[in-house]
Design a protein around this ligand. Structure first.
Ligand code: NAD
Length: 297
């Protein structure tokens, strides 16, 4: 029997994720506050609901992809929230990147009603959302994670059970803090070498074959024209926006603080990215942070 999915939040990420479920023959009902976003999915075969509550009626899976914790709490919690009335057979996945505390709160409220819930933030960006190659990091019950494979496998190439409710958001915060640190380190190293007369492409080649090798160098070289098709070679068009990195670093600072961990590397990355954001770079790709080293010259 065709499985039914409700999808709430059809922005840059949610739109293509819902489209992939439609292409895989799920019956998808969608809702977004923006009518144009709903209309785009309707053209691809989705049913448009009049509200989130309307969309969530009698579905096997309910998936949300919203901007921040306050939107997720507003959707699920309280007397008017979806969890108050949702069918207990529905499996819920929140794929938004939000604070771990809200994710735990929503997970606990779902568990109290016997509803299976996962916090399931993603890595990969818009291109991976379109290609169905996202990586999901999930927090919640292992049985619910197993059940969710039916939809995770359609939208992504890898999914991980990180631990109990909130663990997906913690994993995402750890990953993106590390990404910020190695992108900044890569920029610093390339700028340092170039200032001493080295060709950034040759230096990249050397470090890729040496112990400085990392993802930013490998698939996302921040120096223009070193790597064909990278955001750096396309005027730093995103890609992954500085605004989103700044948001994710804020979430990572909360995770570090509640754990009482000394995260000075992450704090410095947050300072450098927020300076870059304040200098008017918020909507550019996050690898544009290289320019702070180049313009310092
Ligand atoms: P977006 O702003 O493009 O989309 C969010 C959508 O949610 C909008 O269409 C908005 O109208 C809708 N919305 C907001 N509140 C709503 C509500 N109460 N009910 C229904 N619809 C509502 O954002 P995005 O880029 O799609 O990002 C979504 C999430 O994914 C964020 O948490 C972001 O941090 C995360 N993320 C984004 C990327 C990326 O590269 N864009 C990568 C990984 C993770």
């Amino acid at each position: 029997m065709q499985q039914r999915v409700a999808f709430i939040g059809l922005g840059n990420m949610g739109g293509p994720m819902a489209a992939n479920l439609l292409a895989a023959d799920f019956a998808v009902t969608v809702f977004d506050l923006a009518q144009e976003a709903c209309a785009m999915l309707a053209e691809q075969g989705a049913t448009v609901a009049t509200s989130a509550l309307d969309a969530a009626q009698s579905v096997d899976f309910l998936i949300s992809m919203l901007p921040a914790g306050k939107h997720v709490a507003g959707l699920y919690l309280g007397d008017d929230g979806l969890l108050a009335t949702l069918d207990t057979n529905t499996t819920v996945l929140d794929c938004s990147t939000i604070d771990a505390e809200t994710a735990r709160e929503v997970g606990e409220a779902a568990a109290a009603r016997g509803i299976g819930f996962l916090d399931a933030p993603v890595s990969g960006g818009v291109a991976a959302a379109q290609a169905g190659t996202l990586a999901f990091m999930c927090g919640g019950d292992a049985g619910v994670f197993h059940k969710a494979q039916a939809v995770l496998d359609v939208m992504g190439r890898a999914s991980f059970h990180a631990g109990p409710a909130g663990a997906g958001q913690v994993a995402k915060a750890c990953n993106n803090m590390l990404l910020a640190v190695h992108m900044l380190g890569t920029c610093e190293a390339l700028a340092m070498g170039e200032r001493h007369g080295l060709d950034p492409a040759r230096l990249s080649e050397i470090m890729l074959a040496s112990s400085g090798r990392n993802w930013s160098l490998e698939v996302y070289n921040p120096w223009p024209d070193v790597m064909e098709g990278s955001p750096a070679s396309k005027g730093y068009q995103p890609g992954f926006m500085v605004d989103l990195m700044a948001k994710d670093l804020g979430l990572a600072m909360d995770v570090a603080q509640t754990a009482g961990i000394d995260n000075r590397m992450g704090q410095l990355a947050q300072t450098l990215y927020s300076e870059h954001q304040s200098a008017g770079n918020g909507s550019r790709d996050f690898s544009s942070v290289l320019e702070r080293y180049r313009s310092d010259s």
